[in-house]
Design a protein around this ligand. Sequence first.
Ligand code: DAH
Length: 353
Amino acid sequence: MLEQIANELENLKKEATSAIEAAGSTAELAELDIKYLGRKGSFAAYMSRMKDLSNEERPSFGKIVNEAKTAVSTALSDRRIALLVAEDTAKLKKDRIDVTLPGRFASVGSIHPTSAALKEISDIFLRLGFTIEEGPDVEDEWHNFDALNIPDTHPARDVQDTFFVKSPKEVAESGNKILMRTHTSPVQARTMEKQQPPIRFIAPGRVYRNERIDASHYTIFHQIEGLYVDKNVTFAQLKGTLMNFAKIYYGPQASIRLRPGFFPFTEPSAEVDITCTVCGGKGCSVCKGTGWVEVLGAGMVHPNVFKAAGYTDPDITGYAFGLGVERLAILKYRIDDIRLFYDNDIRFLEQFI
Ligand code: DAH
């Protein structure tokens, strides 16, 4: 009996060890472990045969079973180690990091040149004593045109030039149509409506025009409006403020030149040129040989604008100006196309980090 069991066990051991040798993964080994050494495994089944044996046979039986079990268990752990090493090596090979490769840098974001210019220009006027006011981008005709003395017949009031917004019925019937503001000047009207002089503010913001897009025109751009209203404000003060601004923004060599102009909301009005920054005033293609580039409009607030605001004190005077932000930035950074500000081409934006 014992001899037969010993033979069987020898066969079982051989079968188990060769299966273990052939196992290709630790997962497979785990299954073999259960199959042979588990609680319901092949060796456990043998132990239940102990009861068929005589008392003398039992110790030898135990020894044989234990030896076979130990042999299988040793084979299992040897194979497990070999497989673990192989699996580890394969994983390391697969996940290998080439430390000689250059690293990937996280790209750093930057302030958009329009935002940077808005801030830089605004900061200059803040230092010169101006505060900041805001008005809505979606305006009404009254604030954008009427309150600014712009007559009904003015070409800017045409759909060719202005984006009108579909208005609710009551608004359309009231005759005060809704539009995208064509300039920041309505902030003058809105601020005077709610504040008494003295007033000294700038209003930076976005404006909209129904424009054919080209290198120097876009349907959206930014302006900074300026308004100073008090007793006896003079044209000389306007000129001084703009001269100061030009020298701070472009450097001490920059100068300004005022030419007579026309705006319905100022009288007298001036077109203001700044020394061409590209040629330093000598004359080039940017300034069309004149040495000057037009960058803003300005003037003394028209009496009709004060009237619309409800200002009646005859000693009250004021100056106003409106400058194009992209225009100023184009000159400062020598950008040759306004569309670049709106394309969001990363190669352009990266130059302003
Ligand atoms: N609103 C004018 C425009 O968009 C610019 C302007 C001119 C503003 C003269 C002013 C001013 O305040 O006094 O063309």
